[in-house]
Design a protein around this ligand. Sequence first.
Ligand code: FAD
Length: 306
Amino acid sequence: MDSQDSIADGAKTHNDIVVIGAGIIGLACALSLSRQGWRVLVLDKQEPGMGASYGNAGHMATEQVFPIADASILMRLPKMLMDPMGPLRLDWRHFPKALPWFTQLLWNLRPTPYQASVAGIRSLNEASLSAWRRLLGSVNGSHLLKKDGSFLIYEDARSQETIEALKSRMDAQQVAAECWQGGAVREIAPQLSKQIKGGLFFPETAHVVDPWEVIDVLAKAARANGVRFQQDEVLTGKVDDQGVSLRMANSSPIQADKVLVACGAHSAPLTTALTGTRVPLDTERGYHLMLPHEKERLPVAITSLA
Ligand SMILES: Cc1cc2nc3c(=O)[nH]c(=O)nc-3n(C[C@H](O)[C@H](O)[C@H](O)COP(=O)(O)OP(=O)(O)OC[C@H]3O[C@@H](n4cnc5c(N)ncnc54)[C@H](O)[C@@H]3O)c2cc1C
């Protein structure tokens, strides 16, 4: 971003909508809004995509229709927390702060909210692949999306029961899932260990070949469509009948008619600061490592249940 030019620009030019956050969500929204004729300014304290959006597995997880508030996960929770090599670690110092979120999570385990969550996730997931195809197609990025399916594999024979139970639950939600033997999985991905006993194959899922390139094509298309970018941090602000006023870390306040908060993990406190509304959003931490020359190693997304 050219911060000096755009600082003057962002403060002076009339902004119909300010999008805070230039991750995958902010960029996709900014592009769509500009195509609908809105004058859009995107604010981000970093370069576009440098939050979670450039470093992720790129898996279009349309098979994941069950919410975190799922009794079957909670039953495995104590074991996961006790296992030093397990996938879950809770920073107990964070626990008091996260208590309202956990309370809401427990409340949502009841059958009615649980079914509503599954139905909501399903309807979003069912629409997502065709939406991505349309969006990437419109920015000459169709080659970035591949619909080759994905695997959930297991190495411990005792996990077979869990996999079969999961398949039954997937069947009940009309999510395409097939049980494969270890040998068949290795025919698709010969690099995998011979310890692999089998897995579930989800033929209807997709992945993007490079999350960073997705960011890049969206940001370029947004700029070409008149979206302006300014690199600065929004400290706080207010939303009232007059519109939106944002206090910035390094530049003059910015005014707009409307604001869209797309700050990923940082969205909740900023939304509360702007509107007084508390959003029940908490975060989990994830890390990624980009390895050079590894693009071709695995043909599809593969997750291990162990
Ligand atoms: C290791 C890892 C693997 C993942 N794998 C997958 C996967 O396979 N499939 C999948 O669907 N999802 C995956 N995810 C999740 C996915 O990456 C995120 O859900 C997604 O990128 C969030 O996008 P976003 O635009 O909401 O947020 P972000 O990309 O985090 O963007 C938010 C932006 O807001 C900016 N910002 C925040 N506060 C302010 C402020 N006050 N002022 C100005 N700017 C601000 C930040 O600088 C940032 O650029 C993974 C995440 C991780 C960490």
